[in-house]
Write a protein that binds this ligand. Structure first.
Ligand code: ATP
Length: 225
C-alpha cells in the first residue's frame, strides 16, 4: 500500500476486465477534485450482479498492478481476489474490510461511475454503505445522475447526503459527492470486443496493460485472431 496513512482515501472497486484509461482517469481526477491522499484500486473477485469476468482474478489483478505501479498516489488491494472466497464480491463486505484495515476515523470514499451509482438500490445492504464510507460519483458520459431526481429511496438518500469535496475530511463516512470528470466513452466490454475481433486497443489501455494482454493472450476468440 503506497498511499499515505492519513487523509481522505479513495477506494475504487471494479471488475477491471481489463483496466482501461477511463478507470485511470476517473481515479486521477477524483484524486484532484476531491483532494484525496490516494486511491486504492480493489479488483473484484467474482463480481455480484453480472456475468463472470473473462480474465481470471490473477490476470485482472496483474493488469491493475502493472498500470498503477508508475503513479505514486495509486495503490492496489488484492484482498478480494486472493482470499479464495467462493461467493460473489459485495461492495458492503469490501467496505467493512477496508474499515477494519483503516480504523473507524479515517475518511474513506467509495468512487463510483454514475452508471454504477444509479443501480445502487440493487446492491446487497446498500444503505449500510453510507455508514462505512462516503460515496463520490463521477459523471460518466451517457449516464447522468438520474437517481438525483424523483422519490425513489436512492434519490432521497442523495438529497439528504449530498455534499462537496470539502465535507469529506470532516467525517469518516456518510456523504454523497458528485464530481465531473473528462468524458471518455471507453468500456471494458468494448475493449474485449475489439480484441476478439483482432482489432487494436492501444491508447484505450495503459501500455503495461496492453503488453500483458498480448503476452498472456487474454480476450482472444477460441479461433485466435
Ligand atoms: P464493463 O464494460 O465490463 O461493464 P466497465 O468498463 O464499466 O466494464 P468496471 O470494472 O465494471 O468497468 O467499472 C468499474 C467502475 O468504473 C464503475 O464504477 C464504472 O462506473 C466506472 N467506469 C468504467 N468505465 C468508465 C469510464 N469510461 N468513465 C467513467 N467511469 C467509468
Amino acid at each position: 500500500m503506497s498511499e499515505p496513512g492519513q487523509g481522505v482515501l479513495g477506494l475504487f472497486g471494479g471488475s477491471f476486465d481489463p483496466l482501461h484509461v477511463g478507470h485511470l482517469r476517473l481515479a486521477m481526477e477524483a484524486r484532484e477534485a476531491l483532494g484525496l491522499a490516494g486511491v486504492c484500486f480493489i479488483p473484484a473477485g467474482s463480481p455480484a450482479l453480472r456475468a463472470a469476468p473473462q480474465g481470471t482474478a490473477a490476470q485482472r489483478l496483474a493488469m491493475v498492478e502493472r498500470a498503477v505501479a508508475a503513479e505514486p498516489g495509486f495503490s492496489v488491494d488484492a484482498g478480494e481476489v486472493t482470499d479464495g472466497a467462493a461467493g460473489p464480491s459485495y461492495t458492503v463486505d469490501t467496505l467493512e474490510r477496508q474499515r477494519r484495515l483503516h480504523g473507524p476515523q479515517r475518511p474513506l470514499v467509495l468512487l463510483l461511475g454514475a452508471d454504477a451509482f444509479a443501480r445502487l438500490e440493487a446492491w446487497q445492504r446498500w444503505r449500510d454503505l453510507f455508514e462505512l464510507a462516503h460515496i463520490a460519483v463521477a459523471t460518466r458520459p451517457g449516464h447522468e445522475l438520474i437517481a438525483a431526481a424523483g422519490d425513489a429511496p436512492l434519490a432521497r438518500e442523495f438529497a439528504a447526503r449530498r455534499g462537496e469535496a470539502a465535507d469529506l475530511a470532516a467525517a469518516p463516512a456518510g456523504r454523497i459527492v458528485p464530481f465531473a470528470i473528462t468524458a471518455l466513452e471507453i468500456s471494458a466490454t468494448a475493449i474485449r470486443r475489439r480484441l476478439e475481433m483482432g482489432l487494436s486497443v492501444r491508447y484505450l489501455v495503459a501500455d503495461a496493460v496492453l503488453d500483458y494482454i498480448h503476452s498472456h493472450q487474454i480476450y482472444r476468440t477460441p479461433h485466435g485472431h
